[in-house]
Design a binder for this molecule. Structure first.
Ligand code: SF4
Length: 707
């Protein structure tokens, strides 16, 4: 219960990319409660089941509290002090770099870090160590959207605002169960549709999810056929004269090639391929083509695919063809999975990027960043992306690995191979708030990190809005903020790698990191130079770009029809449809889809500590269409063995007619701690998109039998 001692600190929710504002209630030592922040423009005071239970999830018994070190594999880790821990880590990294070169070490970080944490890691890897081997779990989340935006529009910038949800007449939701994954935005959409019942909502998803409750039209396409569907819609738009010829002529390039390609995507052929009716396909195209405004929302169903980049561009094509971009209620709008995947992209926290939306493969960009950091140069050799990086760990090329705020032993595909890699890596550092994750098992050095409510910094949500994340209480025991751990380690490594030179990591607080970082965005598309902590405190969260001198942020991009490409025109992308990597066959006759539940987050390190959050779904179950159970003589609740080409998993089955025959669904959250035999990713395959390198976590062929 709250009393007169209770204080309130405004911050943000640490789960999804909606980025809701929260008010943390505390007594200066302990967090006592949480409320939605009525002043935050993402949620106006609302919170979903996950956000409203944040204060119940900090279970101290699950927290990493002290640095722990082991000097040889097979030994148990023992408690140590910070100085010993970081000196040891610096020596191990320095020895490895001296003996095998800078690319023998790697950093695997997280979309849940704060912008300042990301920046410190980037500077550490690229400026001090001299490697681009720094990738993040955003590779599993948004990297296909990054490629989609860059190829089609020039830069990685979602052009819309949440208020477009309230202003659109036709909203297409593709590959997203936003009712579960982005609940507060879904509530906003529900409210908008209640207010304006003429608003059309189209949902594209192989499953009939809770999001479909709002749909006027649900296209339950065959898994992975999205590109064919979007080309089919474009075919009808062209055929019916529903394309914006003037916008295309004045503001785009490449339409002819796409038009030629779309000519083959006849409604008959596309309906057949996608497993939908031609009339539904035509209805979808007509609603888009005749609507005065058109907004599309998407998430992992498009991104986590070997055709993820093509799916993103094919959807953006529809906006360019209809001119539905840069206006209220219009535009392609990716829903960011993690709370600060955007900040990661901004600071260059994917192997192929550099801070300020720069490219690691661009010599001019490398020179700009090197000069700003005061180092001679940045490496030319490309860095390894998530799947490649763990392959390199497994085959011995990476000999020292630093993992922060993420659980690759559960979240990467072909999970057993990841466990092999981690077991074989000579030196693994895990920087974590919760010691209960699968990955911590492999840590030679475990570094306790501060968590939600215990650290300060900034995050950017899906609509480019930067919020100030504030610290309410001290971190427990010896846990420290991520940026502070990185800078402390970096200074020790500097004394070995560049002795006598001034430190690159002389930061007293998170704000100092932000102030240095933001100058790297000066003149770039995401210019943040007009933002500082005081502005965020006084005027609230702001949408970039907000350059120095501007009085407020930018709600909508491309309003003048000019795009940040060489020609100032947006680009149509004419990718052909490619089937998913692993088709089903007689031996593996079902397509496995994976996804989120309403009340759990990622690998449950946090949500798994609150009993209340198991009220919605108590345990992991494999969902199958009733006919599939019947054919196999299976009963609801019976244990089954699910087998893919990689491994098997035993768990109960449940009948669910929201799943199409021939398909299966598994929630992604359960790992070793809750499910004997690890999690859904023992089954998934490590194939990835050739451009975004994002793995195909939503499509694997499996077989089911009684266990
Ligand atoms: Fe947190 Fe996302 Fe729920 Fe908002 S919608 S409260 S950010 S989990």
């Amino acid at each position: 219960s709250l009393n007169s001692e209770t204080q309130t600190t405004a911050s943000t929710c640490c789960y999804c990319g909606v980025g809701c504002g929260v008010l943390i209630e505390h007594d200066g030592e302990r967090i006592l409660g949480v409320q939605g922040d009525p002043a935050h423009p993402a949620n106006f005071g609302r919170l979903c089941s996950k956000g409203s239970t944040l204060h119940l999830t900090g279970d101290i018994d699950a927290r990493a509290l002290y640095p722990e070190l082991r000097l040889a594999k097979g030994l148990a880790r023992a408690r140590t002090d910070w100085s010993t821990a970081l000196d040891h880590a610096a020596s191990r990294f320095a020895e490895t770099i001296r003996e095998y070169g800078p690319d023998s070490v790697a950093f695997y970080i997280s979309g849940q870090l704060l912008t300042e944490d990301y920046y410190a890691f980037n500077k550490l890897a690229r400026a001090l160590v001299g490697t681009h081997n720094i990738d993040s779990n955003s590779r599993l989340c948004m990297s296909s959207a990054v490629v989609g935006y860059k190829r089609s529009l020039g830069v990685d910038a979602p052009p819309c605002s949440y208020e477009d949800l309230e202003q659109s007449d036709c909203v297409l939701i593709a590959g997203s169960n936003m009712a579960f994954a982005h609940p507060i935005l879904f509530r906003r959409l529900e409210a908008a549709k209640a207010q304006r019942p003429d608003m059309r909502v189209i949902v594209i998803d192989p499953r009939r999810t809770d999001t479909c409750d709002l749909a006027d039209l649900h296209l339950a396409i065959r898994p992975g056929t999205d590109v064919a569907l979007f080309h089919g819609i474009l075919h009808i738009l062209i055929q019916e004269g529903w394309v914006a010829r003037r916008f295309i002529a004045e503001h785009t390039e490449g339409f002819e090639a796409l038009e030629t390609q779309a000519a083959d995507s006849t409604p008959e052929a596309v309906a057949e391929l996608c497993g939908i009716t031609e009339s539904d396909l035509r209805c979808c195209a007509e609603w888009i083509g005749k609507s005065p405004t058109f907004l599309s929302l998407w998430c992992m169903g498009l991104n986590q695919s070997t055709a993820g980049s093509a799916k993103n561009s094919a959807l953006i094509n529809l906006h360019l063809a209809t001119g539905m971009i840069g206006r209220p209620g219009c535009g392609p709008f990716s829903l960011t999975g993690q709370p600060n995947a955007m900040g990661g992209r901004e600071t260059g926290s994917l192997a192929n990027l550099l801070p300020g939306h720069r490219e690691a493969g661009n010599a001019e960009h490398r020179a700009e960043v090197a000069q700003y950091w005061g180092v001679d140069s940045l490496p030319v050799r490309p860095g390894l992306t998530a799947i490649e990086l763990f392959e390199a760990v497994r085959d011995g090329r990476i000999k020292a690995l630093w993992i922060a705020c993420t659980n690759p032993a559960q979240s990467l595909p072909d999970q057993l191979k990841i466990h092999e890699a981690l077991a074989a890596c000579p030196f693994v550092v895990v920087q974590e708030a919760f010691f209960t994750t699968e990955t911590c098992r492999y840590a030679d050095l475990l570094l306790p990190a501060a968590s939600w409510g215990e650290k300060e910094g900034t995050v950017t949500n899906s609509e480019r809005r930067v919020s100030h994340v504030r610290r309410a209480v001290p971190a427990p025991a010896e846990a420290r903020p991520d940026w502070a751990i990185v800078c402390d380690f970096a200074q020790r490594l500097e004394s070995q790698l560049r002795p006598g030179l001034p430190s690159l990591f002389d930061f007293d607080n998170a704000e100092a990191l932000f102030e240095e970082y933001k100058q790297l965005t000066s003149g770039r598309d995401l210019d943040l130079t007009g933002i500082d902590y005081a502005l965020l405190d006084n005027q609230g969260p702001q949408q970039w770009p907000l350059p120095v001198g501007a009085t407020q942020g930018t709600p909508r991009l491309y309003v003048d029809g000019r795009f940040p490409t060489a020609s100032s025109r947006a680009r149509f992308v004419a990718d052909a449809y490619c089937a998913p990597q692993e088709p089903r066959d007689d031996r593996y006759p079902l397509t496995l889809n994976t996804g989120r539940l309403r009340d759990q987050w990622h690998g449950m390190s946090r949500t798994g500590t609150a009993a209340r959050l198991f009220g919605h779904v108590e345990q992991a179950m494999l969902s199958l269409h009733p006919d599939e159970l019947h054919q196999r003589g299976l009963q609801d609740g019976q244990l089954v063995r699910v087998t893919s080409r990689r491994a098997s998993l035993i768990l109960p089955v449940q009948s669910d007619d929201a799943i199409q025959p021939g398909e299966a669904f598994l929630p992604m959250h359960w790992g070793d701690r809750f499910l004997k035999g690890l999690g859904c990713n023992v089954l998934t395959l490590p194939a990835f998109d050739p451009l975004s390198k994002q793995p195909e976590l939503k499509h694997a062929a499996v077989a089911i039998e009684e266990a």
